[in-house]
Design a binder for this molecule. Structure first.
Ligand code: RUB
Length: 360
C-alpha cells in the first residue's frame, strides 16, 4: 500500500518476514503515529496477534504462518523429536491468541504439516516456504477479489463498509477495500461510508486512513448512522470482510456487521462479503459453532485518542466500574448475504452449493 509521509511516498506491506524476524506496521498507533514493529521469535509474534499490533483475518493468518517459520528456525538445532514437539507447542500458542479468524488456524496447520517429514534442513525450509506461500497466495487472492468485485461497483456509487477489511487487514490491498480500490483506479466515481466501528474504531482509525492515503473519497460515520444513509438511498452497495464463513454461508465478522446486513436487506441494498478461500471453514456447517471472541470490557468503557499536545491518551467514557460486555464479532445469517466476492469469482445462493463447488 502507498504510505505518504512528509512529502515522501513508500510502498509497504502490512507485514513481512526478514529471516527469523517478522516486521509489521504497528496498527495500534494509526492514524496518528506510524511505526514499524519487529518480532524476533514466535512468542513475540503470538503476543503481537493477541495485542492487535496487527489484526484482520488475512494478516492474522499470515502472521501465524510467519510465527511457525520463526519456530522452525528456533528449533533447527534440536533432535527431530524435540523439533516436532517444539513446533506443536508453537502452533498451540499461536492458535490461542485470537479464536474467530479461521485464517490463523488454516495457516498454522499448513505450516505444522510441512514440519513433519524430511530431514531437519528440508523441514525448516518447507515451513518457511509454506509461510511465504500463504502470504503470496493471500496477496494474489486480494487482487482477484478486487477484479471480480470491482465489476459490482457502478459509477457514482455510495459504498458502505464496516471495520477494516483493507490492506491493513491483509498483506496488501485487502478484501472489502480491494474492489473499491479497483473501481477507483478504473476512474469510477465512488464515495465510501466508513463505519467508525466501536469499540476499537478500526473504521475511524484504519479504513479512513487507508482511503485518505489512496485519495478515495469517503465520509466517516458513527455506527448508528448506517441505517439512516441506507434508508435515504445514499448507499448502493455494502461490502464487508469476514473472519470466518461457514459452509452454509453464515458469516462471522466484526461486531455490528449483522445489524448492517439486516438493515441493508430491509432497504433492498445488496450486501456482499469479500473473502478468500482461507476464510471459509468447511468444517463449520453453520455460524452457530463459530467461537466469538470476548474482549476486555475496558474497550467499551474507554477509548484511545490524541490530546491537544499530540499525545496518545486513554480516556474514560463511562463511570469507573461500569459493567460492560464486549463481543468482538457477530454472525450474519447467510440469508442476508447477496454474494461472496472471492478469488474464484462471485458466489451466489444457494451458498451450500456454490461454496462447496468453489472451495470444497
Ligand atoms: C477485523 C474484522 C475484519 C475481518 C476482515 O477484526 O472483523 O472485517 O477480519 O479481514 P479485528 P480480511 O480488527 O478485530 O481483527 O480483510 O483479512 O478478510
Amino acid at each position: 500500500m502507498k504510505i505518504r509521509m512528509g512529502g515522501e511516498t513508500r510502498e509497504l506491506r502490512t507485514l513481512w518476514r526478514e529471516g527469523s524476524v517478522v516486521k509489521m506496521i504497528d496498527q495500534r498507533g494509526l492514524p496518528h503515529r506510524f511505526e514499524i514493529a519487529s518480532s524476533g521469535d514466535h512468542r513475540e509474534t503470538a503476543d503481537a496477534i493477541r495485542d492487535m499490533v496487527l489484526r484482520g483475518a488475512g494478516a492474522i493468518g499470515v502472521a501465524g504462518g510467519y510465527g511457525m517459520a520463526q519456530a522452525a528456525l528456533e528449533a533447527k538445532d534440536l533432535s527431530l523429536g524435540e523439533f516436532e514437539g517444539y513446533l506443536e507447542e508453537a502452533a498451540e500458542r499461536l492458535k490461542k491468541t485470537r479464536p474467530t479468524a479461521v485464517n490463523l488456524f488454516h495457516a498454522v496447520d499448513r505450516c505444522l504439516a510441512a514440519a513433519l517429514s524430511g530431514s531437519m534442513k528440508e523441514r525448516v525450509e518447507k515451513v518457511e516456504a509454506e509461510a511465504d506461500a500463504i502470504a503470496e497466495e493471500d496477496l494474489a487472492a486480494s487482487k482477484r477479489i478486487g477484479e471480480h468485485g470491482g465489476g459490482l461497483i457502478g459509477d457514482g456509487f455510495g459504498i458502505l463498509t464496516h471495520c477494516n477489511a483493507g490492506a491493513l487487514a491483509f498483506i496488501d490491498l485487502g478484501t472489502a477495500l480491494s474492489p473499491i480500490r479497483f473501481a477507483h483506479t478504473q476512474g469510477k466515481r465512488v464515495h465510501v461510508f466508513v463505519d467508525e466501528t466501536r469499540p476499537r474504531c478500526q473504521g475511524a482509525r484504519l479504513t479512513a486512513w487507508e482511503l485518505q492515503q489512496e485519495g478515495i473519497p469517503y465520509s466517516l460515520i458513527v455506527d448508528n448512522a448506517a441505517g439512516h444513509f441506507m434508508r435515504r438511498g445514499e448507499v448502493d452497495i455494502v461490502i464487508v470482510g469476514a473472519d470466518r464463513v461457514a459452509a452454509n454461508g453464515d458469516v462471522a465478522n466484526k461486531i455490528g456487521t449483522y445489524e448492517k446486513a439486516v438493515v441493508a436487506h430491509e432497504n433492498g441494498v445488496p450486501f456482499y462479503v469479500a473473502a478468500p478461500r482461507m476464510t471459509f471453514d468447511m468444517k463449520a456447517e453453520t455460524g452457530e459453532g463459530i467461537e466469538i471472541e470476548e474482549r476486555s470490557p475496558e474497550e467499551v468503557t474507554g477509548m484511545w485518542g490524541l490530546d491537544d499536545e499530540g499525545r496518545q491518551r486513554w480516556i474514560m467514557i463511562a463511570a469507573e466500574g461500569t459493567p460492560a460486555r464486549n463481543p468482538s464479532f457477530d454472525v450474519t445469517p447467510a440469508k442476508y448475504v447477496t454474494g461472496f466476492i472471492t478469488e474464484a469469482g462471485i458466489l451466489r445462493p444457494p451458498f451450500g452449493e456454490s461454496i462447496l463447488k468453489a472451495f470444497g
